[in-house]
Design a protein around this ligand. Sequence first.
Ligand code: SF4
Length: 246
Amino acid sequence: MRGMIFDVQEMTVHDGPGCRITFFLKGCPLTCRWCHNPEGQHFEQEIMFVKNRCTHCGSCVQNGKRNPELCPTGALKTCGQQITSEELVQRAVKMKSTLEMLEGGVTFSGGEPCAQPEFLLDCLTQLKKEGIHTAIETSGYCDEIWFRKIIEQCDYVMMDLKLMDDHQHYQMTGVSNKIILKNAEILKNSGLSFCFRTPLIPGITDTEKNLSELALWIGQSPWEKIPYNELASVKYEQLNRTYSLK
Ligand code: SF4
């Protein structure tokens, strides 16, 4: 099974219990205005340009086009690489004893990991067979049948709940929140270990109205509020895109 990832981070401590290895799956059906991983939004490979690393040497130019492979400074880089589920699992297995010692495991983030459901499920199933703790960070925007299959293979689920007002949710993320709330209900009743997360975006998600509606809906379930990441805008420039919340 092949999937597309755009980053791998080892020894992460904010992506679930303990110390973990986090795989970032490329592609997301949402376009949150505040997304701090814009390089994870598009499903296909793309080029990132880190201006302050460029020495203007011109080595990257080939037949009038820029080739990241030729850049000696890393100013130009390809974002997105194909990986098989076996390769991914083997990478985690190599770290198994360390992850166990640090009470951690493997987390799938993104982009939206559930947007590559077959690949994700295959990885999760194999990791479980290896006895490695599994977790996902998800927007919950996923077909209900796949969502149920995927969380069944998770030891821990971190799910975003951003905006309760469906119209505002559509305006700010590009999608309705209906299926997200349905999947959140499934998670609430799953018996699994999980927490809901809300990014606190100034004037958008952190309003008293939105937070009190969320608090009412979430009830006694675990809930984390994530501070706004002001550095998100930098990556948009590297992708030659505009950060709309500037
Ligand atoms: S090869 Fe790299 S450093 Fe040289 S001009 Fe191209 S992007 Fe800049």
